[in-house]
Design a protein around this ligand. Structure first.
Ligand SMILES: [Zn+2]
Length: 286
């Protein structure tokens, strides 16, 4: 039997939303308060060399404020360069030192493994990705808007859907909600800086975006690293040659659909489980 096989997000969902916000300013506090009300998750990209020393200067958070905000939250702590260094024009050893110092400081401060990053000023060159990989970074976000919901291909140069100032923001949100993906599931990846809402005096834009896309049953709200891990785990599923057996060697339940063009059947495989696809009672969809 020839059939198409497609990844589905947790609970069989076909849409996921993730946010990525940079620069550890005090405006992250109001930002988090808003997105939390809509069940939306964000990855916060922090510069561990630029926290305020307690006397508020500019608008940097103190490390303690960042810990209070993120330690027990559903959000992800990621790095953004210890000194916010644009990495395009610096030698690899300098880039390595800036990033590895940041990762080490992040892991020490939060007591967790930190594997995500966003490029400061969106700046990198063709060698930067391999430098980051040597620092334990699994993905790093660029500032190149795709205006698409395609799944990332190159995680070390991870292109977002758009910035929140994109004039297409709400038309993209409507398309994301109203379209039915024909193949791979959709990922809406939004990025920005919380201080921009303060500078532009448009917190209502964030509120309106969250009202549009938040608190929905059919969307998986996840951090960047949760999506990275889920897709990697999906790709670790082991299928028999004829595609009728599947084994899940990972630590999480994985969802996918199979079917000929006319029909789609959804499957869930628990950690460690092996499933005979043809004998599993299929749940006919559509
Ligand atoms: Zn930045």
């Amino acid at each position: 039997m020839f059939y198409y096989r497609r990844m589905r997000f947790p609970q069989g969902k076909v849409k996921a939303l993730t946010l990525s916000y940079d620069d550890d300013t005090i405006h992250d506090l109001r930002f988090a308060e808003i997105i939390n009300r809509y069940g939306i998750k964000c990855t916060f990209n922090l510069n561990f060399g630029r926290f305020s020393d307690g006397v508020q200067h500019l608008s940097a958070m103190t490390l303690q404020q960042a810990k209070d905000l993120l330690m027990d939250s559903p959000h992800e702590v990621a790095v953004h360069g210890y000194t916010h260094m644009p990495l395009r024009d610096v030698p690899c050893n300098v880039a390595n030192q800036d990033v590895s110092t940041d990762v080490a400081a992040a892991e020490k401060a939060f007591g967790r493994i930190v594997r995500g990053m966003a490029y400061a000023n969106g700046s990198f060159n063709e060698e930067t990705g391999s430098v980051l990989a040597h620092c334990g970074i699994e993905y790093c976000r660029t500032v190149r808007a795709t205006r698409s919901f395609a799944l990332p291909k190159n995680w070390l140069y991870l292109d977002p859907t758009c910035h929140h100032k994109d004039p297409e923001l709400f038309s993209l949100a409507e398309k994301f909600l109203n379209d039915t993906p024909k193949g791979d599931p959709y990922l809406f990846y939004l990025w920005g800086h919380a201080y921009e809402f303060n500078n532009d005096n448009n917190w209502d834009l964030l509120e309106r975006f969250c009202q549009t896309v938040g608190n929905r049953e059919d969307v998986w709200y996840a951090t960047n690293i949760e999506i990275f891990d889920y897709i990697r785990d999906y790709n670790r599923l082991i299928f028999s040659f004829d595609g009728s057996w599947v084994h899940n060697p990972t630590a999480q339940e994985i969802f996918f659909s199979v079917g000929e063009r006319a029909g789609t059947y959804n499957y869930a495989v628990k950690p460690g489980e092996t499933v005979f696809i043809d004998r599993t009672l299929p749940e006919k969809k559509g």
